[in-house]
Ligand binder design. Sequence first.
Ligand code: ADP
Length: 184
Amino acid sequence: MHKIVIFGAPGVGKGTQSQLLSEKLNLYHLSTGEVLRKAISDETDLGLKAKKIVESGHLVSDDLMIEIVVDALKNNVKGTEGFILDGFPRTIEQAGALDNILKELGLDDLKVLHLVANDDEIIKRLMLRGRTDDNAETIKLRLKVYIDSTKPILEYYKPDRKIIEVNGIGEIEDVFNKIVSYLQ
Ligand code: ADP
């Protein structure tokens, strides 16, 4: 079983690499950003609650996100070779809740895949991507939220989790091959 959290700043390539990995290794891929964007475009209750927050670059509440992820893991991991979480956890509180649910499901011993790139590269990529939350002001806020709320999770994981650090700059395929070789 692969139990992977893909971690890194906005725009570092988490979505692209998790998609490829989930196909290659038959993993359940959960992107919380995708879940929220779909809910927003379908105008579900979740979408209506999340729309303004996501579009401004702030974080959706821990309670809401934890509920989404707990349900998703309970219902979708069976029959796969494991999972890859992309965009979760984003706060220490989410990381703690994730540990609890994984313990309950007998899926602990996470690997943390940390994709790294410098700010200039990240800003360039996000501006090119052009999602509704990819404008200059929101990008600046999302990078700040990443530094303040999300990056500290690495310290939380450091003592007893395997952290694999991979340079996210380069061709998609080269980055992917590096990740696969580290995981095997
Ligand atoms: P990025 O590619 O910029 O990392 P994502 O697609 O992962 O962005 O997420 C987009 C937005 O969705 C975030 O800026 C945030 O508003 C919201 N979001 C996604 N995951 C979470 C989470 N785990 N906790 C709180 N908010 C989240």
